[in-house]
Ligand binder design. Structure first.
Ligand code: GLU
Length: 491
């Protein structure tokens, strides 16, 4: 066992006097919505108090390691602007921040608990799976009552053992959660969980307590699936004589009333949502409100505003249901609030999925789309007519509200073609001017002229943008070619 000085040195490194929170993902290869929400709340609690936000990678489950999985975590955190102050990549006062690099220290701490009677070595033959789960029949473990001397002798003789937490059979343990309040459990319902496995490696349940303490974590924010472990964690903190952090257990994000969101059931991860055309800021705003309420009606908050107002008291005990329609609504709000340049940049890849013609400027199309786009992936299907004129029926020229009939449509196309032909410049002003002149000459409603031109130019009834913009973007030559085709259909 290490000298006292080694433990003291670790204690001395722990930063004090500030709020310190940590996001502690296991690298699974994707960031599901519940994880992102935990990261966000953890970040907001730290930022709201001017504290530190720490990233710790919990990769102790070596069997489940996935190539590139930590990259997904870094990328998502960076894209979402959840910058961490300490972490594997940026370092910090209590490094290392990757559990697999901290392995050697856990056993030392477990031995400390054996020394002070809060844990014991168990030499019984156990299956690997029993060690992993820590689920032994607690009552009849003979090693629980071994004397310290006997235990030391057998360990020194090289007999393999696991280290189990010694939980009193009597009494109760109470822990306090910021959201759920005080929870008391009978100690006899708690099992002597394994802290250190036969190979000297810690279980997750032990490693997280040691890490949270040695990293000076003041608020442990995690999913409510950890609620049932909290009493055992408290007994560990007490066994060490360490301060117990504030617990903030968050209820799950559900896909419906009965099921948690899950990758296996096809529920989207953060990256899926982005690929599906949602904006990061909209996702963050929506996720913030999944189980937390600022009070009041207002829903749209920037990350900076969230930092300002976030309060643990607003976190709900009830599970939150992920509602993609609601996210769509948030997304539409965020799209409308972008500057035209920002929107053009975000929309360009989606515009280019449909519009390959290099002569067409995606930014010109973006202008038509911004006010009517809810999700970026809606864009391509709206633009299919730019590259090639779709097959369409002459019936489209008939539109009662616009007072367009086959006869008026034919007459409009016949007359506008030479007028367009004469235009020396092709811009909105000139195109509109030609249309206005024709409207006046025919003595009809404006829509009588606009309707058939737009239909002939686009070949479909619903288009982003009106006749003028579509003609301008198509260019003079292509517009006239399409208008001729329309005229043929009407003849
Ligand atoms: N690595 C754990 C997980 O991803 C973290 C739990 C915790 O925050 O303590 O579920």
């Amino acid at each position: 066992m290490k000298e006292k000085a080694w433990f003291e040195e670790n204690e001395n490194r722990i930063p004090v006097g500030e709020v310190r929170t940590r996001f502690a993902p296991s690298p699974t290869g994707y960031m599901h919505v519940g994880n992102l929400r935990t990261a966000l709340y953890t970040y907001l609690i730290a930022r709201h108090d001017g504290g530190k936000f720490i990233l710790r990678i919990e990769d102790t489950d070596r069997g489940r390691l996935i190539e590139g999985a930590t990259d997904v975590i870094y990328r998502t955190m960076a894209e979402c602007h959840l910058e961490h102050d300490e972490g594997p990549d940026v370092g910090g006062p209590v490094a290392p921040y990757i559990q697999s690099e901290r392995m050697s220290m856990y056993k030392e701490y477990a031995e400390l608990l054996v020394e002070n009677g809060n844990a014991y070595r168990c030499f019984c033959e156990k299956a690997e799976s029993e060690e992993d789960s820590g689920e032994f029949d607690r009552g009849d473990d003979p090693c629980r009552t071994l004397t310290k001397e006997e235990s030391d002798v057998r360990a020194a003789a090289g007999e393999p053992y696991v280290i189990r937490q010694l939980i009193p059979h009597e009494g109760t343990t109470t822990f306090h959660d910021e959201i759920f309040g005080d929870i008391t459990v009978e100690n006899k319902t708690l099992d002597d969980q394994v802290l250190i496995k036969r190979d000297g490696m810690p279980t997750y349940n032990f490693a997280n307590v040691v890490d949270d303490h040695l990293m000076g974590i003041t608020h442990v924010v995690r999913g409510s699936e950890y609620l049932s472990s909290a009493p055992k964690y408290n007994l560990l903190y007490q066994g060490f004589g360490w301060d117990i952090p504030k617990y903030v257990h968050c209820s799950p994000v559900m896909r419906d009333a009965h099921n948690k969101m899950s990758k296996r059931h096809g529920d989207p991860s953060y990256e899926d949502l982005i690929a599906q055309g949602y904006l990061t800021n909209a996702v963050i705003n929506y996720v913030a409100l999944l189980g937390w309420s600022p009070g009041g009606e207002r829903e749209i908050y920037s990350l900076d505003e969230l930092k300002e107002i976030f309060d643990i008291k607003g976190i709900s005990k009830s599970p939150a249901i992920f509602d993609i329609e609601k996210l769509r609504y948030f997304n539409a709000e965020y799209i409308r609030a972008l500057s035209p340049e920002e929107f053009a940049k975000a929309a360009e890849p989606f515009i280019r999925q449909a519009v390959k013609n290099p002569a067409i400027d995606p930014a010109a199309i973006a202008v038509l789309l911004q006010q009517r786009t809810e999700v970026l992936t809606d864009i391509p299907e709206k633009l299919d007519f730019f590259d090639s004129l779709p097959e369409y029926s002459a019936e489209l020229f008939v539109h009662q509200k616009s007072k367009s009939t086959p006869e008026t449509a034919k007459s409009v196309l016949e007359q506008i073609l030479p007028m367009f032909g004469e235009l020396s410049e092709w811009n909105d002003e000139r195109i509109l001017d030609a249309m206005n002149r024709l409207t006046e000459a025919m003595g009809v409603k404006k829509s009588v002229v606009m309707w058939p031109i737009r239909i002939a130019a686009a070949g479909k009834a619903v288009t982003p943008g009106g006749a003028v913009e579509i003609c301008r973007i198509l260019g003079k030559e292509e517009t006239m070619r399409r208008l001729e085709i329309g005229l043929e259909k009407l003849s």
